[in-house]
Every structure is written in C-alpha cells, then in structure tokens.
Design a protein around this ligand. Structure first.
Ligand code: FE2
Ligand code: FE2
Length: 262
C-alpha cells in the first residue's frame, strides 16, 4: 500500500503544481491514496469547494487542514458535509467540521486524523496529546482501522517530534505540516511509526510562505502595516512524502518526493 502526503498547497501556483505533477506521479508510483493539506488552497488563506474539486480531479482523495481553514466562512458547509475534508480534531467539538475520517482503499480501512499544535499557534484548541488519546480510545476498537495517518499541523519541530514518540507503535504515520518549510528528518521510529517534521509547501518557489518576499520583509523590518500579496507566477515546488506500508500494516518506508517546476 502506498500513500502520498502532499504539504500545504498554496494558492494558484500550488494548484498548478498539483495538476502538473500528481496525475503522472500517481500512475508511475502506483499510489493507492493521496492526502493533501489544503488550509492555503484558495488565494493563500482557507479553501473553497471549487478549488477542492479542482485538485480532487487531479488525484487528491483526502483533504486535511489547519489554523487557516476558517478564512472562507462559506467553507464551513463543506467541512460539515464532505467526509473527505477534515479540520484539526482538537478544535472545540461544537465548531464546524470533523477531525478525522475513514476511507476504504486496496482492501484496507485507513483512518486520517488532523491535529493542531499549541506552541506558537494562537488558536482555541485542546492539548493534542489527550485529544488524540481520546480519539484512539473511542475509535480504534469500534472502527478497527488497519492504517492510521496523523496530520500534525504545528509550528515547533520539537512538538511534532514529541507527538510522534508519544504515538510510536499506535499509529502508522505522523506527518507534520504548517511551516511551509520541508525538513529532511523522515524516518521510522523504533515501534514502527513513520515520521517527518514537515513536508513543506506546494506552491511558489520565489516566495516566503507563498507571499511576495518584499512584503514579508517590510512586515518584519518596518512598523507600517502591509497587505499580503500572493505570488501567482514563476517557478513552483511540489513537496510530498511517500509512505509504503507492508501487508501487516506497518510503515516500511517514508521518503521525500519533491519536484521543482518552471
Ligand atoms: Fe499552511
Ligand atoms: Fe497553518
């Protein structure tokens, strides 16, 4: 079983990179399931259903998200009704949407869980360790998933690393998103959980987080307020990790699949 996880897809260049790379990659690597983080899918902040369908058509099956998913208020309708789209599970239970989902693929039941970190992220979320303990306790015996993939959307590499150790042997993979910067620490922990701190973003290469660099420089250097402008042209990057899972549902391999595009 092969699962491809694509990092935060940012705006138009991100969607273009998906359409350029994913259909051929899916075929070449014989990928069974594609998961992507879409918190920045539509004009850099949040998502809209038309853009979700655009990348669904290119081969993405399951859509995770993060702190930016609330920017387009109309998207809450999709979060409440489309089981392929999830938001972090540790937001308050009465907020729109669901924090995990299940999909049947290649005769396996795959559970995908989304969680948000708390270090340097100012969002009203519960502490992620107890939140995922409760989800696993409630769902594993009831639903009996063969494979569990966690998108841990967090800023601090230490928080992601610690959660991966906390879940080692209990989930198939802990995959980090949010920073838009790729890390090369992909490996399999002693009890069999695959991990990477951050996949990095899929979007404009000549940018900071997808935004025009001079705007971010002004924001950090000067006091005057700035308006974000997203890079829409130029070279792009496609960033992902490919998980290979053996017949006993254990992670066998995790490797980066990154492409630079014109
Ligand atoms: Fe993001
Ligand atoms: Fe984020």
């Amino acid at each position: 079983m092969k699962i491809l996880f694509i990092g935060d897809i940012v705006a138009k260049p991100g969607r273009a990179a998906i359409k350029e790379v994913l259909p051929k990659l899916r075929e070449k690597e014989k990928i069974d399931l594609v998961i992507a983080n879409i918190e920045n899918l539509s004009h850099g902040k949040g998502a809209t259903i038309d853009k979700v369908d655009e990348i669904r058509d290119a081969g993405v099956d399951i859509f995770t998200s993060g702190n930016h998913i609330w920017f387009k208020s109309e998207f809450t309708e999709t979060l409440d009704s489309d089981p392929t789209v999830i938001r972090p599970a540790n937001y308050p239970a009465d907020n729109p949407g669901f924090g995990f989902t299940f999909v049947d693929v290649a005769k396996k039941k795959v559970m995908i869980i989304n969680l948000l970190g708390r270090q340097w992220i100012d969002q009203p979320v519960d502490e992620p360790y107890r939140a995922i303990d409760v989800i696993l306790l409630d769902q594993v015996d009831k639903e009996k998933p063969d494979i569990i993939v966690v998108d841990f959307h967090a800023e601090a590499t230490s928080e992601k690393n610690a959660l991966a150790w906390f879940l080692d042997g209990r989930v198939t993979a802990v995959i980090g998103t949010h920073t838009h910067i790729p890390t090369c620490d992909q490996w399999i922990l002693p009890k069999g959980t695959a991990f990477v701190s951050d996949i990095g973003m899929t979007g404009a290469l000549h940018s900071v987080l997808g935004v025009k660099p001079d705007i971010i420089i002004r924001k950090q250097k000067d006091t005057e307020p700035v308006k974000f402008e997203w890079v829409e042209t130029g070279p792009k990057v496609f960033r992902s990790v490919l998980l290979e899972i053996d017949t006993k549902n254990k992670a066998k391999d995790i490797r980066r699949l990154d492409f630079n595009l014109e």
